[in-house]
Design a protein. Structure first.
Length: 225
């Protein structure tokens, strides 16, 4: 019964994120992209300031003490990610995503609601945080609000995706991209290794499908301090 509820929640999250991104079609046609870009730039600036402040406080001395007896870099990162997840709320800046091959360098927020995604790409709250076991997922716009994932379909196998979280820097390599239906929950299933999934509506100006990029974690580095 718990599993059925979890699947239902994930399905709703996927569809909702898609509908949120679909809203950018109307915004693009009515307000045009520059208007949403200006608004998003202001919100992204605020998110950057919030992230900078967060990085000054997490992980704190108590957090580092909590992982002192844990052996192995990845296990320490996983423990810090768990502590971090307990302290963040929807709409809060949580890290930065950098994808050199398609020119992405932007702050990621927690959540995939309409308001969340006007700030930048959003982490699906129903999925693990980067560094935790399982598949972490992030959604983003392709046509408005700075369109961070506009060129997601241009990713090639081996391209780098870097997530800079307050607790660690995580280096992923793209495995492949795939177009799926909005209700395809298979993209979020655990795989036996730590995976990152990026999602956006496809094709441009439509929410009929999703373009999904799959990436595998290669390296982690704890934040110094």
């Amino acid at each position: 019964m718990y599993l059925d509820r979890a699947v239902y929640i994930l399905a709703v999250a996927l569809i909702t994120a898609g509908l949120v991104v679909l809203a950018d079609v109307g915004l693009t046609l009515v307000w045009q992209e520059p208007a949403s870009s200006i608004y998003a730039s202001v919100r992204q600036h605020d998110a950057e300031s919030a992230l900078n402040d967060l990085e000054q406080h997490f992980p704190g001395p108590a957090d580092r003490k909590a992982i002192r007896g844990i052996h192995g870099e990845r296990k320490k990162v996983s423990a810090l990610a768990r502590l971090f997840a307990q302290r963040v709320s929807d709409g809060q800046a949580i890290g930065r995503i950098v994808i050199p091959s398609i020119g992405v360098d932007i702050v990621v927020v927690q959540g995939t609601s309409t308001g969340d995604l006007t700030q930048g790409p959003g982490h699906y709250p129903q999925t693990p945080f980067p560094g935790q076991p399982g598949t972490a997922a992030i959604a983003g716009h392709r046509t408005t609000y700075l369109a961070p994932f506009r060129h997601l379909d241009g990713l090639d196998g081996g391209d780098q995706i870097e997530l800079r979280m307050p607790y660690a820097t995580l280096d992923y390599r793209v495995q492949r991209t795939k177009v799926v239906q909005p209700t395809d929950l298979g993209i979020l299933h655990p795989t036996g290794y730590q995976r990152l999934v990026l999602t956006a509506c496809h094709p441009l100006y439509s929410a009929s499908e999703r373009i999904v990029a799959f990436a595998r974690l290669q390296r982690v580095a704890l934040t110094s301090g």
